[in-house]
Design a protein around this ligand. Structure first.
Ligand code: SF4
Ligand code: SF4
Length: 369
């Protein structure tokens, strides 16, 4: 049965208004400081309409286009993880009370977010972080309380980004689940519209309030062709055959010296990565000693202090740190979480200041094998 709906582009803002009416805080792509990032918005008119992004290794540029498309770009340097797993958060405060003390957990209200414009690779990244933070046995309450309220409007990709390789990671360019509504944007001689596919009860209910019609088969096929062309135009791929075996067998490969001679250990790749989840905690006190706070902030396996323990640093070299990142991401992650830690979004390639490209690095490693 065809459940696909046709939403005219001039009605996109009704979707935003319905989500606001249901008390969601809307997060969507906007332009800020020369890049497209995800931030709080009020209306569809704040989207980067008519803009695209050019991405290559160590390169990111915005470019104006001759269309009025709402979603004609690929992934942002930000990912949605900053809203579910905040970069810096106070976990609790402690007040001195004579000879004892009182612990106060953070009682800041947690908004119900509606994420608008989540790409298929990013849906998969959220699914991976669900396994890390919300797996029943070890649940992170900061993540869980945000995640359980989220409404997701996914957007299928109708153009391949310069550094994307989702096809080889089986994570895109079409959303297969994990959304409330999935949109595919179409601009052609018949007009400017979205094919909208509800993916949950919440999504179906919300679409009932929005002026749309049942999509015709030809319109659905047009949208599908756009996504298929995106898959065909993807310039990069990562060969995942025997990847775990390759990495586990390459501990002493000379390749690691080669990448270490290029890597600055700046940690950009881990900060932009939508699945990386390392953090550290810091305790601070005021000058009186009456008040203390515990904060959590993102950390990275590329920083010097990350592997510092009593007695020394067990991963002092950049060679060891890059090897740890790649081996965890593509190999030991599979043992831990039953999935690769990479969804092929390409962010680490675009935002690496020296253009280290995970797809090329795996090829080099294979050549040394
Ligand atoms: S691979 Fe690139 S982004 Fe990652 S730490 Fe090294 S230089 Fe920085
Ligand atoms: S490793 Fe790179 S390409 Fe893979 S998910 Fe992380 S940022 Fe994206």
């Amino acid at each position: 049965m065809n459940n696909s709906l046709k939403l005219e582009s001039h009605h996109l803002n009704t979707l935003f208004n319905s989500l606001k009416r249901d008390n969601y805080t809307l997060i969507a792509p906007i332009i800020s400081n020369g890049s497209i990032i995800y931030e709080q918005v009020n209306s569809a008119e704040e989207l980067p309409r008519g803009w695209t992004d050019e991405q290559e290794a160590a390169t990111y540029r915005l470019k104006k286009q001759n269309d009025n498309a709402y979603f004609s770009y690929n992934v942002s340097p930000y990912s949605w993880k900053k809203f579910l797993f905040p970069p810096h958060i106070r976990l609790f405060t402690v007040e001195s009370k004579g000879k004892s003390f009182k612990i106060n957990s953070s009682d800041a209200p947690i908004p119900a977010y509606a994420f608008i414009g989540v790409r298929p690779c990013e849906l998969n990244a959220i699914k991976i972080q669900d396994k890390v933070f919300n797996n029943g046995q070890y649940t992170d309450t900061v993540y869980k309380t945000r995640r359980e309220k989220v409404f997701i409007v996914a957007v299928n990709c109708t153009q391949a980004g310069g550094t994307c390789f989702c096809v080889s990671m089986n994570t895109g360019p079409k959303a297969k689940g994990g959304f409330d509504i999935a949109l595919t944007e179409v601009i052609n001689e018949d007009g400017h519209f979205f094919i909208a596919d509800p993916g949950s009860e919440k999504g179906t209910k919300l679409m009932e309030d929005i002026p749309c019609s049942t999509a015709r088969q030809s319109e659905i096929e047009t949208a599908e062709r756009l996504v298929q062309t995106t898959a065909q135009n993807m310039g990069r791929s990562l060969d995942t055959n025997d990847i775990k075996k390759l990495l586990f067998a390459s501990l002493d490969s000379p390749y690691w010296n080669d990448v270490a001679s290029r890597c600055l250990t700046c940690a950009n790749c881990t900060l932009v990565c939508p699945t990386c989840f390392c953090s550290t905690v810091e305790d601070i006190t005021d000058i009186s000693g009456e008040h203390a706070e515990r904060w959590r902030r993102w950390d990275s396996c590329f920083t010097m202090d990350f592997a510092r323990v009593f007695g020394g640093n067990f991963r002092p070299s950049s060679k060891g740190r890059y090897r740890q990142w790649l081996t965890h991401k593509l190999a030991s992650w599979i043992d831990q979480f039953g999935t690769s830690g990479c969804v092929g979004c390409g962010r680490c390639i675009t935002w690496c200041p020296v253009g280290i490209d995970i797809t090329e690095e795996v090829k080099r490693l294979k050549n040394e094998y």
